[in-house]
Design a protein around this ligand. Sequence first.
Ligand code: OGA
Ligand code: NI
Length: 352
Amino acid sequence: MGEVDPAFVQEPDHRPKLSHIEAEGIPIIDISPIINKTVKDPSAIEGLVKEIGTACKEWGFFQVINHGVPLKLRQKIEEASRKFFAQSLEDKKKVSRNQTNSSGYYDTEHTKNVRDWKEVFDYLVKEPTFLPATPDEHDHQVNQWTNQTPQYPPNFRVVIEEYIQEVEKLAYKLLELIALSLGLEAKRFEEFFIKDQTSTIRLNHYPSCSYPELALGVGRHKDPGALTILAQDEVGGLEVKRKADQEWIGVKPTPDAYIINVGDIIQVWSNDAYESVEHRVVVNSEKERFSIPFFFFPSHDSEIKPLEELINEKNPPKYRPYKWGKFIVNRKSSNFKKQNVENLQIYHYKLA
Ligand code: OGA
Ligand code: NI
């Protein structure tokens, strides 16, 4: 990827600035008090819960350290990702994503309807994963999805499965902290995930780009799920829209930390107390970049709506309920279609 194909050139309003602002402000939170322990006395983690709540409210983004995911496993998956993407396009295309399987490889240079400067490999966290066959609300057929496994590197499947196990534990811990910070029972959200979660893990590769002022690795967007747990490498490029002043702020890489962001589902559950924040990825003229997000998604039949405990006369529900499976299948199918069709968004469920 040397020259910029006109298809990748961003509208002037969305072009990245070359002078980056890096935030010291995005909180870095040490979550060791809840790792490898059952918390018997909630007052022992009061401070931590407060920090999480403030970060969710003020930023929608934070980084965690002492999170319990062994560095060794992360290094192994990062290495497998580098090896996979280093193959020829022809080899990578052996595990291409297609109309009937949303897991696998795709590159946006050869997928004209997506203008992001990246290539991707998607992998389902649960096998099989159950999702509605179509976005049509009257069609009740549910399909079973399985993964494609690259032949190279040979240990790919073992490495990704080992990594998933550990990140999933972290995901549940974070959900507990977020629930507590909203004044809910620690396990309030577990039921949505324990049976048939639809989570995916994604390997992202952003090649270097000679015109970083024209293209974006990922255009601005919000994540649709509950939480995203992102491992980024040392290159940097993720930018978050700061709530205080709407500026794009770079998230400075912190070795071995995970970047956590609140997704649309938590925004709806919390009735807008915690907002899902826009973010994007800028590209680098010299360095390629790798990242690995874990998208924590509930079961397809989960009904998403503001939680009863959080609404009352003064704070009536701001959203009408929607079914997660139909929502995400609608989103995925419009990603396959034209880029000018607007994706389904939570504000389409907003009540006046
Ligand atoms: C995403 C995303 C950020 C990154 O894939 O949704 O925001 O740094 N990725 O790769
Ligand atoms: Ni994202």
